[in-house]
Ligand binder design. Structure first.
Ligand code: ZN
Length: 246
C-alpha cells in the first residue's frame, strides 16, 4: 500500500484498489502465464496513472495498492469469493486454490488491513479537523468482456452517494460527447464491495466509484485527456455537492 499527498487540501480523497499487477516474490507467479498477469484479471490498467494525475492536479490524497487483485482483492470483503479468487473471468488461479487458511490470514494481515487502515486514518484525521471529504474510487474496466456489450467510455457507480455520483454523471453528459454509464457496467453491492460502502457510505460521505474503459487509457494522450476532464468535472461537482449539504 502506498499514499500520495496524504495531507492534500482538496475535498477529494482518491483510492485505487486495483492499481498494480505485481505479485510478492514469495508467492511466485500464481501459476499463471505472463499474458494472464498483464491482463485485466490481474489489475486495472491505466487507473493508477489517472489517479496519480488527479492527486497531483487537485492536491488530493491518494491511497493505492502495490499488489495484484489476484493476491487479494482489496475491494472484496473476506466473506466474498472474490477476496482471494480461485477463479477470475473463467481462469483458474492455481496458487489461490492451493492457499491454506493460514496463507489467507497472512495475506489479510499483510495487504487488506493496512490498506483499509490507511484509508480510515486519512479520512478520520480530516473529519476530526472538519475538512470536507468526498471519496472517489478510481477503476478501469475491459470493454472486451465475453458475452457482454460495453459501449460506455466511463461508468459512474454510485448508490448512497450524497449526490456526488449523480452530479458527476450529469456533468460528464453535459460537457462531453462520451457514452457515460450510470451504474453501468457495475453496481455497488454489500456482498462484493468494500471501499465505497465501508469508508464513504457508512460515514455519510459523498462518493462515487469511477470505471474507465481500458482502451481509452492506452495512449499517453488518452490518460492526459482523462485527467484533465475529471479535474474539471470533479471541481465543479464538489462545489455543487458541498454547497447542497452545508
Ligand atoms: Zn477495479
Amino acid at each position: 500500500m502506498s499514499t500520495l499527498n496524504p495531507s492534500g487540501t482538496s475535498p477529494y480523497v482518491f483510492t485505487c484498489d486495483h492499481a498494480s499487477n505485481r505479485i510478492p516474490r514469495r508467492i511466485g507467479q500464481m501459476g499463471l502465464s505472463d499474458d494472464e498477469m498483464l491482463s485485466h484479471i490481474a489489475w486495472d490498467p491505466g487507473a493508477l496513472e489517472v489517479a496519480k494525475g488527479l492527486s497531483r492536479a487537485l492536491n488530493a490524497p491518494l491511497i493505492f495498492s502495490n499488489y495484484s487483485r489476484l493476491v487479494l482483492d482489496l475491494n472484496r470483503p473476506p466473506s466474498s469469493r472474490g477476496h482471494i479468487p480461485e477463479v477470475s473471468a473463467g481462469i483458474t488461479i492455481p496458487a489461490n486454490r492451493a492457499a491454506s487458511p493460514q496463507e489467507r490470514e497472512a495475506r489479510l494481515r499483510a495487504f487488506f488491513l493496512p490498506y483499509h487502515g490507511a484509508i480510515s486514518d486519512i479520512i478520520e484525521t480530516r473529519l476530526d479537523r472538519a475538512t470536507p471529504t468526498l471519496l472517489v474510487a478510481m477503476h478501469s474496466f475491459t470493454g472486451d468482456y465475453p458475452g457482454e456489450t460495453r459501449p460506455w467510455h466511463i461508468g459512474v457507480t454510485h448508490r448512497f452517494d450524497m449526490g456526488l455520483g449523480a452530479e458527476i454523471v450529469r456533468l460528464l453528459r453535459e460537457r462531453t460527447d462520451l457514452c457515460i454509464g450510470d451504474n453501468e457496467p457495475y453496481q455497488i453491492d454489500d456482498v462484493d464491495d468494500v471501499t465505497i460502502p465501508f469508508h464513504a457510505e457508512k460515514r455519510g460521505l459523498p462518493n462515487a466509484l469511477i470505471e474507465m474503459r481500458q482502451d481509452t487509457l492506452i495512449s499517453r494522450h488518452g490518460i492526459a485527456e482523462t485527467i484533465e476532464r475529471f479535474s474539471e468535472v470533479f471541481g465543479l461537482a464538489a462545489a455543487t455537492v458541498l454547497e447542497a449539504i452545508r
